[in-house]
Write a protein that binds this ligand. Structure first.
Ligand code: NDP
Length: 448
């Protein structure tokens, strides 16, 4: 009756996973993408960002190596080599995504798709019908409107700068701002971070925010309670005026002030699909919009704008549509990392959130100098924190600022998902000497 069982709009992490999984269940699936295979994560997000983060760490590694006996010139950094090697790797990944889809039997349209009515999509000059339509069009950087805002860059452009900026201003206090400020500072740019609030990472644990702020100040000029009023071209670069304080001249301004749902020109006006804050599409717990048969997952829904969440949503939806299940996704205990310098890793509730939810909580914390830095001379401190529900001893939050925080927190998030208690952490034998072992050796509560 229909051309396809499922038509997916958007070949990012969520869309591709939903398409492949559905095809694996025997559904006839099509996917449309007019930009790049793999979406934000592969092309202008997680993957190139992590590659640039590795690049940025080498400068610290070089200076850390001195105390271990390494001598000689510090190697010079070449932006063009990094950028072009990154682009070649992304191109390789684009090809892999294309192959994964075709090998799963998914019909790929390298074209823009628009909903033309119930069960109908206009794509590549054709009209095709589908039993279900899935919107997985992701997000798009948001830049506030102000004089000169057309001169700023976003995370869409920053990876491919023609030349390395010797002076950069990053605006924002979230994931992207902290990560890119760390990257450019590490690569050798004079880096300033301007944030409108007191201290970045607003919804994170307060201690984590403060520790990262302290560490960041050693690499980045942190301009807090700061608001850009105007940007103009000057003789020696881009001149940024602030509502408070002196202007700043830089080579490049990166705005990382959040992302909105990418719903433009999707044909939503022809449907009953509703949108809310930042344009996010409203869906029920089964990812169905207000228009029966039209579903949405990933950043366009914005429940948690994270790649693994989008792929998990895609798999749940595919199972529900084509395997007859009625699954929902558990959004509790989603671990995340901010790949700042140093990294932040976090899972569960912040201390503030835990107090609000549970009342009586117990907090354990540890701050120390990493063994590596006893010889490197690097003053960086590592901070780790466990929060438990006093009544049950259950661990309800784990947070860390320090090297490899994301790698460490991932394993502990599995334990939390299994309901781990503090007593069970205490009965776990540590791996010595590691930073991670602190999470199983903290014994003294800070307060109750
Ligand atoms: P975030 O929502 O994390 O942060 C946006 C920041 O911009 C906040 O600090 C906010 O301030 C500030 N801001 C918002 N509006 C304005 C404005 N008009 N003027 C000045 N500042 C403003 O967004 P990002 O863009 O950093 O990242 C988007 C999402 O992508 C993240 O939330 C995350 O889900 C995902 N992501 C995840 C990564 C990871 O897992 N490592 C990496 C990168 C992105 P305030 O705090 O005051 O609201």
């Amino acid at each position: 009756m229909f051309d396809f069982d499922l038509f997916v709009i958007g070949a990012g992490s969520g869309g591709v996973r939903a398409a492949r999984t559905s095809a694996g269940y025997g559904a006839r699936v099509a996917i449309a993408e007019d930009r790049y295979m793999g979406g934000t994560c592969v092309n202008v997000g997680c993957v190139p960002k992590k590659l640039y983060t590795y690049a940025a760490h080498f400068s610290q590694d070089c200076s850390d190596s001195r105390g271990f006996g390494w001598t000689g010139e510090v190697p010079a950094f070449n932006w063009h080599v990094l950028r072009d090697n990154k682009s070649a790797e992304i191109e390789r990944l684009n090809g892999i995504y294309d192959n994964l889809l075709s090998n799963s039997g998914v019909t790929v349209f390298n074209a823009r798709a628009k909903i033309a009515g119930k069960n109908t999509v206009a794509v590549d000059g054709k009209t095709v019908t589908a039993r279900y339509i899935l919107i997985a069009t992701g997000g798009w950087p948001f830049v506030p409107d102000f004089p000169g805002s057309d001169m700023v860059l976003t995370s869409n452009e920053i990876f491919d700068l023609p030349e390395f900026p010797e002076r950069i201003l990053v605006v924002g206090g979230g994931y992207i701002a902290l990560e890119f400020a760390g990257i450019f500072a590490g690569l050798g740019a004079s880096t300033t971070l301007s944030y409108r609030g007191e201290i970045p990472l607003k919804n994170f644990d307060k201690d984590i925010r403060e520790k990262l702020f302290t560490e960041s100040q050693r690499h980045i000029s942190m301009r807090m309670n700061s608001n850009v009023s105007e940007i103009r071209k000057g003789d020696d670069g881009i001149v940024v005026a602030f509502e408070e304080g002196d202007p700043l001249t830089v080579d490049c301004v990166l705005y990382a002030t959040g992302r909105n749902a990418n719903t433009r020109e999707l044909g939503l006006e022809k449907t009953r699909v509703k949108t809310g804050k930042n344009g996010a599409i409203s869906v029920d717990e089964f990812f169905e919009t207000d228009e029966p048969g039209i579903y949405a997952i990933g950043d366009v829904v914005g429940r948690a704008a994270l790649t693994p969440v989008a792929t998990a949503e895609g798999m749940v939806l595919a199972s529900n549509l084509f395997k007859g299940t009625r699954k929902t996704l558990d959004y509790a205990n989603i671990a995340t990392a901010v790949f700042s310098h140093p990294n932040v890793g976090t899972v569960g509730l912040s201390e503030e959130g835990a107090r609000d939810k549970y009342g009586a909580i117990v907090v354990y914390e540890s701050e120390f100098r990493h063994l590596k830095h006893t010889l490197s001379g690097n003053p960086e401190r590592t901070y780790m924190k466990i929060i438990t529900d006093k009544a049950t001893d259950r661990v309800i939050g784990m947070h860390m600022v320090g090297a490899d925080a994301g790698e460490i927190i991932q394993g502990f998030s599995a334990a939390m998902q299994c309901g781990v208690t503090k007593a069970q952490l205490d009965s776990t034998i540590g791996i010595h000497p590691t930073a991670a072992e602190e999470f199983v050796t903290m014994r003294t509560a800070r307060d109750g």
